[in-house]
Design a protein around this ligand. Sequence first.
Ligand code: CU
Length: 358
Amino acid sequence: MKRILTICGAILLNAGIAFAQDKPVEAPHDMQHMHHGGFMQEGMHHAVAKGVTLDAKIDGVAHTVTLRVGPMNLPAHTSHMKMPQPPDLVWEVPMEGWLLAYHPRLVDANGNAVPGTVLHHVAFWNENRADFLCPNKEEHIFGAGSEMTDWAEIPGYGYRVQKGDKIRIETMMYNPTATSYDKAYLEVVIPFQEAAGDASGAAARKNVYPAWMDVASCGNSGYDLPAGKSEKTGTVTVKYDGVLLGVGGHLHDYGKQIVLQDVSRKETVATLDATADAEGHLESVPVKLFVQEGGYRFAKGDVLKISATYDNSTWKVLRDGAMGIAVGYFVAADDAKMAALRRKAPAIHGMAGMSHDH
Ligand SMILES: [Cu+2]
């Protein structure tokens, strides 16, 4: 299966239209666990897993950083509510440059593969920047769920980071399988390009901004899933002119479809039909690309409407069981405007005027 997915990714890359993943996007969550953003849902308290740390290894030759979260003990048949969860961990970016792609995988202490099924989600947030659609949130730069979304590089583009940026990593595990896993690690390999250039003389990248267009609008992404068929819709307003290079979707089990519309233009941007197994467990959500047309144009002020449909065949309400997010990469018409999303340096040392923004 992994091999097939990798081939799919390679085809996308070869066609020069690589977008977000080698499996159609099932992107991630920002979730009720966004403590720092203040979205933690009432009554959602997880036990904290002990001894889980973050290890960052830079390979200066291959130009990759490997982030490793673990070890985590994952007993069989344990829901995400019952599993002790890793604490939020922070990676401080050690260089100026661009992050180009995200390749997640799960391994045990011996390096053997652990199935992605046990990853409920992982989300990366840049604490030094605000999200361009929902500035009440931090910039959400990457996410993956059980489908282990692989975000492929888009040639010519990258996510710009500054030295010292703090990337907060939220990881939530579960284990719906009958097999227990001890000392599991989540690894995310991130190829990067330094801003100063390197021996390869690579050209500067154009900046992309991950766009999370959520049925919960700018609120907490998770919601209770009613029994049977349901639909939830939300809106967000675009605040910058630019283009969307492509869009995928994030749904949970029993998800059927996610639709993104530009209400201001009276157009449907994308209709993404999920695939699932016989029990309704989500397998994939397709990706629609606009790269070849130069991107789907958004204008400042455009209202985007997002709709997610589910058919919950358990006939029970699934508490916090659903999300509906269209996820894409946005390129601003005037990238200089996006600099305003950098948050002022916290005045820890009581020094005024330390802002880099102006
Ligand atoms: Cu989710």
